[in-house]
Ligand binder design. Sequence first.
Ligand code: ATP
Ligand code: MG
Length: 325
Amino acid sequence: MAPAEAASAAMIETRGLRKVFTSRKGPVEAVAGVDLRVEEHEVFGFLGPNGAGKTTTLRMLATLLPPGGGEATVAGADLRRQPALVRTRIGYVSQAGGADSEISGRSELEFQGRLYGMGRAEAARRAAETLEVLELTECADRVVRTYSGGQKRRLDIGLGLMHRPRLLFLDEPTTGLDPQSRARMWDEVRRLRDAGTTVFLTTHYLEEADALCDRLAIIDHGRIVALGTPDELKRRVAGDVVTLGLAGAGEQALALLGAQDFVREAGREGDVLRLYVDRAETAMPAILRLLDGAGLALETMAMSRPSLDDVFLHQTGRSLREAAS
Ligand SMILES: Nc1ncnc2c1ncn2[C@@H]1O[C@H](COP(=O)(O)OP(=O)(O)OP(=O)(O)O)[C@@H](O)[C@H]1O
Ligand SMILES: [Mg+2]
């Protein structure tokens, strides 16, 4: 490894990365100044609702879209000045996935290898190896049209891996997959990381970000609203969350409970209240007494430790589950 790419070098570093699209309704600020650093050998996630700017950021970092502003270094090369070098060092698996192809998975992989300049024999060897690793050997010689959703998605990843990139971009690798295929995909991503590949993926699944990512950025309206390990982010919303369902009395209950000292923060979505408290065990009896005293009917009550959704809610005032649907 060259000295300029010492182990401590970031795999991705961006400063003020930006993109504004012009649409009929006026300018859309898809990416509004993103600063981030992705370390070598980590699985880094971009979590955010539809339209947050995830794909736009990835496409810029993968040289598929010229940045509107800002700077970035990707896999040791300058994004603006050395896009061709960036391209040889990265793999990119798009969100949509390829069309139903009438050729076999093996042929697709071999073709991809040839595109990257491999000779016939080398492409064939590398394709066989990739099929083996992704457990696609059994369907390797069938036309891709007949593959299951999970098999297709694994082939997409294989296409991104043929030239052994040190950095792999995966745009929503598991959207639309059944839980079993999703779990396999997670294993695959972990295996890649263990083998030394840095993975930058996007998702709008909270569970996925939590289970798979070493670190993640939560992105909303083109801006990073939180960045850290899943645990760090959850700890930022300290204490417990008490969720209350109130029949038609959300507003009064918010006024009453939001004013209590033991409630650090309160939020309301319709008749559902979320209270951030230090200790749910002591807060819950007090909440019951207060609501009872004010004659407000409680329908449901639940407590939880903060989730990534709470982090999102905390930073944006909206629930990621709802923002994403
Ligand atoms: N080519 C384009 N022209 C105009 N607007 C665009 C273009 N591409 C993206 N946008 C807009 O930019 C914003 C960010 O889009 P982007 O695809 O990056 O979001 P995303 O986070 O990937 O969303 P999803 O989760 O739905 O994939 C959206 O408002 C989108 O409509
Ligand atoms: Mg997208």
